[in-house]
Ligand binder design. Structure first.
Ligand code: ATP
Ligand code: MG
Length: 585
């Protein structure tokens, strides 16, 4: 099936921040954008100041900044002024316990208000914020806190007893622990955060930080191997702000829902910082995915801009477009997706269910912010990640022998996606892993490790991770293309594709498929799917074998772990599993 481009009419993008892509690219300058942000009153740049204080200083303190929806639907609201006061208290608490500039504050919390307050208060204090995903067990926590030399930790009492107490003696740098939801007397070396906060002043002068001071430490998702700790600096805020404005079309007063957890970079860059710098209201749901609940939130909170991920979209698709139609979603203006390739099927399903396509965009923990995107005003080619952000130079390159890097001149040549360093939110290091960091750069490019193609209109098309690409009988096969073709079949809910060593072809393609609810994994269906794929892709690229699975192994951030499918298939070591979501087979 050929996917037709989704043409935008001018009424589709009335009032959009980015009206004309070419003009925006031609006139863009990062330094100009930086001057539009406030900067600290005493000079310097601080993310929390731009996210919160700047609005309060400008008289917008009464606007709603954060709404946390509890599992029981109870709502907690914070205006920009409330958020500032709470962040100030937390900064004072940190200072009082001797946590200083540049020192690392980790969090291990559900999506409760304390998480958001801690993030902002830590940044105000000039300390470095490193959010951990709350479902991690003791080992992945220990590994990350050790790499980051954690000085302080903010954690719920329940998580503390279960996950931290057993490893506390090994966390040698850890000076202090702040407990939320503390019911008992705090153990030695810990205090009750609520009591500390109550005793602290709600005014605090943000510590003078410069653009190059370290602000955030984010660990990658561990999809391809052992996670890396990417270091980000305060200057990132310029990219958070601009990309939210241009790629997500955030306007002041918008109600914005980013469904990612702050334990992953998306949940911090776009679940905290970007919407706040843009003066939006951010909606946070503490509960886990549930189709009806999500539609209810979209309706009841009157969400204008929604940023989610392919796994969630595929789950909504499983439930059917009919469910969406039962809700009043008339406030929705823009929907975007990130984290994994978004199958064309899913982009177009957006039209059916919501009356607008999902807009895919691409970035990484290392890039700190969105780098390639489908914009509200630009035609969408289903299956494409879109075009580079204004201010971002991307290319498709080939690593030649001897280390030389060559840009591909022609369109639709598969190569490595590369970016010209210099955007504000580029990582400044992999903490304690200089060699691994250095290897990401060559010939004046940052090499992303992803393979892609660029068409003659400058749209980028994701092929697969360099590690996942299959070499079969002289063809390079991108798993995404094969997975997307399989996804077109009505029985398929999810597909993961890998290469299996083969004496003749080098590798052959094998697909793992999770079926939609109620569909039986029969031999007849397996043959039908093999036939469907052959018809769609041709015999060279189509899978030679298909296996059914109840679920595919995924990272906790929802990415299919193809390396694990492969290791299991070949009986090889499974490698780092710290981010693997528990599996129901
Ligand atoms: P690790 O680097 O530890 O293996 P990871 O690469 O999954 O983990 P992240 O930084 O969270 O960690 O994810 C970035 C990667 O996710 C990208 O390099 C790309 O492979 C994939 N990705 C993100 N967005 C998209 C997208 N829109 N289309 C295709 N792939 C995407
Ligand atoms: Mg990566």
């Amino acid at each position: 099936m050929e996917w037709k481009a989704i043409r935008k009419r001018s009424e589709d993008f009335a009032g959009a921040n980015l009206q004309d892509y070419e003009t925006s690219v031609a006139t863009f300058s990062w330094s100009q954008e930086q001057t539009l942000l406030g900067g600290l009153p005493q000079g310097g740049l601080n993310i929390a100041h731009e996210a919160v204080d700047r609005h309060v200083l400008a008289g917008r303190g009464g606007k709603l900044a954060l709404r946390c929806i509890g599992r029981d639907d109870r709502v907690q609201d914070f205006s920009y002024a409330d958020l500032q006061a709470a962040a100030n208290r937390f900064a004072n608490v940190l200072a009082r316990w001797g946590v200083g500039k540049g020192e690392r504050v980790f969090s291990l919390l559900g999506r409760t208000p304390e998480l958001y307050i801690a993030a902002l208060g830590t940044l105000k204090n000039g300390s470095v914020f490193s959010p951990l995903f709350s479902a991690f067990g003791p080992e992945p926590i220990k590994a990350r806190m050790t790499i980051g030399a954690a000085k302080a930790l903010i954690v719920s009492e329940t998580f503390y007893r279960r996950k931290i107490e057993p490893i506390r003696h090994e966390l040698t740098s850890l000076g202090h622990v702040f407990l939320t939801d503390c019911l008992d007397d705090p153990p030695a070396g810990a205090t009750d955060l609520a009591a500390d906060m109550a005793a602290a002043s709600d005014s605090f002068e943000t510590v003078l930080t410069g653009p190059e001071d370290m602000a955030l430490l984010h660990f990658t998702s561990g999809t391809t191997g052992r996670p890396k700790g990417a270091v980000h600096v305060h200057q990132s805020v310029v990219a958070h702000h601009v990309t939210g404005k241009l790629a997500l079309d955030l306007h002041p007063g918008d109600i914005f829902w980013c469904t990612a957890d702050p334990g992953w970079v998306t949940g911090t860059s776009y679940g905290i910082i970007s919407p706040l710098t843009n003066g939006a209201t951010l909606i946070v749901d503490q509960a886990e995915f549930e189709a009806e609940r999500w539609y209810r939130i979209l309706e009841k909170q009157k969400i204008n801009v929604w940023y989610t991920a392919p796994t969630a979209i595929r789950m909504l698709m499983k439930a059917g477009a009919g469910v969406a139609k039962r809700f009043d979603l008339s406030n929705l203006r823009f929907m975007a997706s990130v984290g994994e390739p978004l199958n064309p099927e899913a982009v177009v399903w957006g039209l059916e269910a919501f009356g607008m396509p999902f807009h895919d965009n691409w970035w990484q923990t290392e890039t700190g912010g969105i780098m390639i995107a489908n914009y509200r005003s630009m035609d969408v080619k289903p299956g494409s990640m879109g075009r580079p952000l204004p201010g971002v130079t991307a290319s498709i390159v080939e690593r030649k022998q001897g280390g030389e890097i060559q840009e591909s001149a022609k369109p639709m040549i598969m190569g490595e996606l590369a970016l010209r360093p210099g955007w504000p939110s580029m990582m400044r290091a992999y903490l304690n892993e200089e060699e691994r960091y250095r290897k990401c750069f060559a010939g004046g490019w940052y090499l992303t490790g992803d393979l892609a193609m660029r068409d003659d209109e400058g749209y980028y098309w994701f092929v697969g991770r360099a590690d996942d690409v299959i070499k079969s009988a002289g063809h390079l096969v991108g798993p995404f293309e094969v997975e997307s073709a399989l996804m077109e079949h009505e029985a398929v809910a999810e597909a993961g594709v890998i290469g299996i060593p083969d004496e003749i072809a080098g590798e052959v393609v094998k697909a793992f498929i999770a079926l939609k609810e109620g569909v039986e994994p029969t031999e007849g269906l397996r043959k039908e799917l093999l036939g469907h794929a052959r018809k769609r892709l041709g015999p060279a690229i189509a899978p030679k074998d298909i296996a059914f699975r109840k679920n595919l192994p995924k990272t906790r951030s929802g990415k299919i772990m193809r390396r694990l499918l492969k290791a299991r298939e070949l009986g090889l070591p499974e490698g780092d599993l710290s981010t693997l979501e528990s599996e129901e087979q």
